[in-house]
Design a protein around this ligand. Structure first.
Ligand code: ASP
Length: 340
């Protein structure tokens, strides 16, 4: 029997084509996918399409992530895999969020999109779409799926979703996973890196949609004023802060800086340290400047991306109100989001 894949179209550049008469960009109707791409029939995959009201991904919210997660839950038993078509701008956030929201995932959920609309001659969307569908339907010789996690496919590489970041607004090769190897590389053949892919889960599939969005990112820069930092760290409706620090997790050691951080922790805020560098990890014991943060109660984000840190923070704050449980969940790699 052919594998069955559900395509969930959410918006973004991939969903546009040039109107033959006016030359303007108009939405592409994915429900007519076989008419547009008759060659898809040769893929040996049954395709169903679900279209959400298309949005530019800059407008995406946790409510949209919950909707995507619920669609996957409601269609989980009927399909072997899922392809989520999404704008590239925030794709790494959405895909990271879904990686936390989908528990015990035993099927592939492949995010993709394009830098050039699918209906434009030079599009990168056609290859991204076709290969994403093929990966979502791919099985190993023993019948289990090749991929059983949320992944992102773009320009010949499949990545673990919560390791990705959009790194170019121009190049077709727009995404990177700096700290984790690709799950598959695509040339003439698709070569899966099975040792990097997530193992089959040992818990049943389930969906958690209760994200808590009382989260903020604070990016440090030299010259940041004390009053500004204090105001940011003490905002009433913020419960979790992703602190983007320098290099291997370093921040100023000035007394006012450390005391502002200590006060925020004492007031119940959860602070997670990630680095502003794309590549490499936070190691808070390496320098006095990192150690001071650790002593002030800041948690280590290791080699997590900001995208993964923000969405994990929302997930963890939504999962429990206990400060200690929040810290425990953040210290653990839940979906392979950091190397440990
Ligand atoms: N602004 C678009 C979006 O993220 C860009 C894209 O799809 O590439 O929705």
């Amino acid at each position: 029997m052919k594998p069955s894949v559900l395509i969930i179209y959410t918006g973004g550049t991939i969903g546009m084509k040039t109107d033959a008469e006016t030359g303007a960009l108009v939405p592409f109707d994915f429900s007519g996918i076989y008419e547009e791409f008759p060659s898809l029939k040769r893929l040996q995959v049954d395709i169903d399409v679900m279209t959400l009201p298309p949005i530019d991904s800059s407008n995406v919210t946790p409510a949209d992530w919950a909707e995507m997660a619920c669609i996957i839950r409601d269609n989980y038993d009927r399909h072997d895999g899922f392809v989520v078509l999404h704008g590239t701008d925030t794709m790494s956030y959405s895909a990271s969020a879904l990686s936390f929201m989908l528990r015990g995932l035993a099927k592939p959920v492949i995010f993709t999109g394009s830098q050039i609309p699918i209906g434009v001659l030079r599009t990168d969307g056609r290859e991204n779409l076709i290969t994403a569908i093929e990966i979502a339907g791919a099985k190993r010789p023993d019948g289990r799926p090749e991929i059983s996690e949320v992944a992102l496919y773009f320009q010949n590489r499949l990545f673990r979703a919560n390791r990705t970041t959009k790194r170019s607004a121009e190049e077709l090769n727009a995404f990177r996973s700096y700290n984790y190897p690709p799950l598959a590389e695509v040339g003439v053949n698709i070569t899966y890196n099975r040792s990097a892919a997530a193992p089959m889960p040992d818990e049943p599939f389930g969906v958690d949609t209760s994200l808590n969005d009382r989260v903020m990112v604070v990016k440090l820069f030299p010259g940041m004023r004390e009053e500004l930092l204090r105001r940011l760290l003490s905002m009433d409706d913020v419960e979790g802060i992703v602190l983007e620090t320098f290099g291997a997790g370093n921040a100023p050691t000035h007394e006012w800086f450390i005391s502002a951080v200590r006060d925020a922790v004492a007031a119940g805020r959860t602070i997670l340290n990630v680095t502003q560098c794309g590549d490499g990890e936070v190691s808070m014991e390496l320098y006095e400047t990192g150690l001071a943060l650790q002593r002030a109660g800041v948690l280590c984000g290791y080699d997590m991306t900001t995208e993964a840190a923000v969405t994990k923070m929302m997930y963890v704050l939504g999962a429990t109100e206990s400060r200690q449980e929040r810290a425990e969940l953040l210290r653990r790699s839940l979906r392979g989001e950091f190397t440990r």
